[in-house]
Design a protein around this ligand. Structure first.
Ligand SMILES: [Zn+2]
Ligand SMILES: [Zn+2]
Length: 199
């Protein structure tokens, strides 16, 4: 009887040791078999030649279970039912992969755009136009009276000549036209205070 108990204890002990040894292996094997995404982070660059760069995402160890792909921002990237990611415009998005009965996997996608003149500014800007001024030196043609006075406009000259005529002043009269340099401030263009667009 004692012998049977002893034998049983030995068997149980051996069995327990075997279980202990087997468990980490099983856990490791399970971890290895968990669904895994081939990429967790990816950058796609839109260029003049490649306007719609793509990347193929793959899930390993799905064990034939259903996989559902979704994009957090379809304006930036779209994803097909088979995990093909297509870049649409500059920005970032997260591709979520749901493997039925398993945890959710994610891949962060960053889309860059190297094309020039591709405005990423909102096209819906409610422009607020502001005038831009520039100082410019111009030459205007004036008249110089024989008395030495210079008049910028014909009206001024006319007024002077009438006045002098009425007063019967002598020593006045038209002399050749003269160039008068003048600094003027003018508006050369208008620009939007918000987005910088010119018109
Ligand atoms: Zn604007
Ligand atoms: Zn005069």
């Amino acid at each position: 009887m004692k012998n049977i108990i002893k034998k049983s204890i030995t068997v149980i002990t051996v069995f327990a040791i075997m279980l202990t040894l087997a468990m980490p292996v099983t856990a490791e094997a399970a971890a290895k078999k968990a669904p895994k995404l081939n990429k967790s982070k990816v950058t796609l660059t839109i260029t003049k030649k490649k306007t719609k760069p793509t990347v193929q995402l793959k899930v390993k160890n799905t064990a034939g279970k259903k996989v559902k792909w979704t994009s957090s921002n379809k304006k930036v990237v779209t994803v097909s039912k088979k995990g093909k990611v297509v870049a649409k415009k500059k920005g970032s998005a997260v591709i979520t992969v749901k493997v039925k009965g398993s945890k959710t996997l994610r891949c962060k996608v960053t889309v860059k755009d190297t094309r020039k003149n591709t405005s990423n500014k909102p096209v819906t800007c409610q422009h607020k136009w502001v005038k831009h001024y520039v100082e410019e030196t111009v030459t205007i043609t004036g008249s110089q009276c024989a008395c030495g006075q210079i008049f910028e406009t014909a009206e001024e000259w006319e007024a002077h000549s009438i006045e002098m005529g009425l007063n019967r002043e002598y020593g006045h009269g038209s002399v050749a036209s003269v160039d008068i340099p003048k600094t003027i401030t003018k508006c050369d263009y208008e620009y939007c205070e918000k987005c910088g667009v010119r018109k």
